[in-house]
Design a protein around this ligand. Structure first.
Ligand SMILES: [Zn+2]
Length: 391
C-alpha cells in the first residue's frame, strides 16, 4: 500500500520545488514517486492526504552531544567557552538513571522535531544502548582529548576501544578541538585512522582559541592550570588555530568543522587553498548561549563553501531542533534564502555524514523521513513556522 501525501509545496531539495506536488511513500518509508499535479494520473482510485504547508525530507542534525542532555540549564549563558568547558567538566557527573532519562527525552524531542539523523559526539559509551534502539540514525564521533603530549598514545587507544561500543557501522574517531589536543596527538591520530574515518572537530568557537595559537595567551592558559594540565608543549604560532592544525589532519578524510564563530576571511582563504573535503557546521543557538555572538555566515556563503547545521548539546541549548536553528539564522541574517538554508539542514548534512544514499532529499528509492513545515509565508521562514513529522 502506497501512501500519497500532498502540500502547497513539495521541496525535493535536489530538484526544483513542486507547487501542489504529490509524493508516494511505501510502508517502509521509501519514496516511490514524486509528481507534478498536472502530470499525475493515478490508475487506481487513491486517497491523497493533503496538508497546508511545505513538505521537506527529514532534517539532519550535524552536531550534538546527546550524553550531555541531563545538563540542560546547568550552565549559565554568556560565560564564554573556557568557563563553559570548566563548568561542564566539573558538573557533568550524574546518576545513570538521570542521564538515561534525559537522553531518551532528547532522542524523542529530535524525532518529533523531524530530525532523522544526527552526528553525535561521545566521550563515553553512555549513549550506545539508546542509539541502537532509536528510530534516528546516529553517526557517533568518539572524541580524543589529550592536552599533554605524553597522554597521546593512551588517549588514542582508549578512544579506539570506545568506537567498538557503537556497532551500527556509523562511528569514527575525531580530535575534540585544537586547544584540547597536542601536536603529538594530532600526528599520531593522522597515522592511526583510515581515510574513511570522518572527522568532526570543534573549530574557532572562541576568540581565546585564536589567542592561544597566535600568542600563547588568554583564558585557555588559565583553563589548563585549573584542570592541572601543563601548557609547556604549546608554542605561539603567529597565526589562527585552523591555519596551524589543519595540515596535521589526515587526508583525504571528510572534515566537519564545527562552530567557526571566529573564522576569518583569511582563514577561509587558507582552507580553500588546502583543497580539502571540508564542510562548515553552524550551531547558532549554542553560539548565542555560550559566546553571545554568531559566525560571519555571509563569508562562507560568498565563498561558496558547504554549510551544515547542528544543535550542539542541551548543555548549551534549550531545544534540539534544526528548525529553531534555521529561525535564528534567518532572524539575524535577513539576506539568507530559505531554499539555500534548507539544503544546509538536509542534503548537506547527509553528505557530510556519508548517508546521502538514504537521507537528505526526497528522491525515489531514498528513505529520508517526511516532514511538514506549517505556517510558511511563501518561501519565508518566520517565527510562526512549526514542524510536524509525517513519516
Ligand atoms: Zn560540540
Amino acid at each position: 500500500m502506497l501512501k500519497y501525501l500532498s502540500a502547497n509545496y513539495i521541496l525535493p531539495i535536489t530538484s526544483m520545488p513542486i507547487k501542489d506536488g504529490i509524493i508516494a511513500v511505501d510502508e517502509e518509508g521509501v519514496i516511490q514517486g514524486i509528481y507534478d499535479p498536472t502530470s499525475f494520473t493515478p490508475t487506481d482510485k487513491i486517497n491523497i492526504e493533503k496538508y497546508e504547508g511545505v513538505i521537506i525530507p527529514g532534517f539532519i542534525n550535524a552536531h550534538c552531544h546527546i550524553e550531555l542532555s541531563h545538563m540542560k540549564g546547568a550552565v549559565p549563558t554568556g560565560t564564554g567557552l573556557p568557563s563553559f568547558l570548566s563548568k561542564v567538566m566539573t558538573s557533568r557527573a550524574a546518576s545513570m538513571k538521570k542521564m538515561d532519562d534525559a537522553m531518551a527525552r532528547a532522542d524523542k524531542e529530535m524525532y518529533e522535531n523531524g530530525i532523522v539523523a544526527v552526528g553525535d559526539h561521545a566521550n563515553t559509551d553512555n549513549s550506545s544502548k539508546l542509539k541502537e534502539d532509536s528510530k534516528i540514525l546516529y553517526h557517533t564521533f568518539v572524541e580524543v582529548i589529550g592536552i599533554e603530549p605524553d597522554e597521546a598514545d593512551f588517549k588514542l587507544k582508549e578512544a579506539k576501544l570506545l568506537t567498538q561500543e557503537f556497532r551500527n557501522g556509523h562511528v569514527s574517531m575525531t580530535p575534540h578541538a585544537p586547544y584540547s589536543c597536542s601536536k603529538v596527538l594530532f600526528k599520531k591520530f593522522k597515522k592511526l585512522v583510515s581515510d574513511t574515518n570522518i572527522i568532526s572537530i570543534h573549530n574557532q568557537e572562541s576568540e581565546e582559541e585564536n589567542k592561544l595559537f597566535r600568542y600563547k595567551m588568554g583564558a585557555f592558559l588559565n583553563f589548563y592550570e585549573s584542570i592541572g594540565k601543563s601548557a609547556d608543549s604549546i608554542k605561539a604560532q603567529a597565526r589562527n588555530s585552523i591555519q596551524s592544525y589543519l595540515p596535521y589532519l589526515p587526508y583525504p578524510n571528510k572534515l566537519i568543522l564545527v562552530h567557526n564563530t571566529y573564522t576569518s576571511l583569511k582563514d577561509l582563504d587558507f582552507v580553500e587553498r588546502m583543497d580539502r573535503d571540508v564542510v562548515w557546521c553552524l550551531c547558532p543557538k549554542a553560539n548565542l548561549y555560550i559566546e553571545g555572538t554568531l559566525p560571519k555566515i555571509q563569508n562562507f556563503v560568498n565563498a561558496g563553501q558547504p554549510l551544515v547545521i547542528g544543535t550542539d548539546s542541551l548543555a548549551s541549548n534549550d531545544t534540539l531542533s534544526i528548525l529553531e536553528e534555521l529561525k535564528v539564522l534567518h532572524k539575524h541574517f535577513e539576506d539568507l534564502d530559505f531554499l539555500q538554508t534548507i539544503q544546509w539542514a538536509t542534503i548537506n548534512g547527509a553528505v557530510a555524514l556519508n548517508i546521502q544514499d538514504e537521507f537528505g532529499s526526497l528522491e525515489i528509492g531514498k528513505k529520508p523521513g517526511v516532514v511538514l513545515l506549517q505556517g510558511m509565508e511563501h518561501m519565508r521562514l518566520t517565527d510562526h513556522v512549526k514542524v510536524k513529522r509525517l513519516i
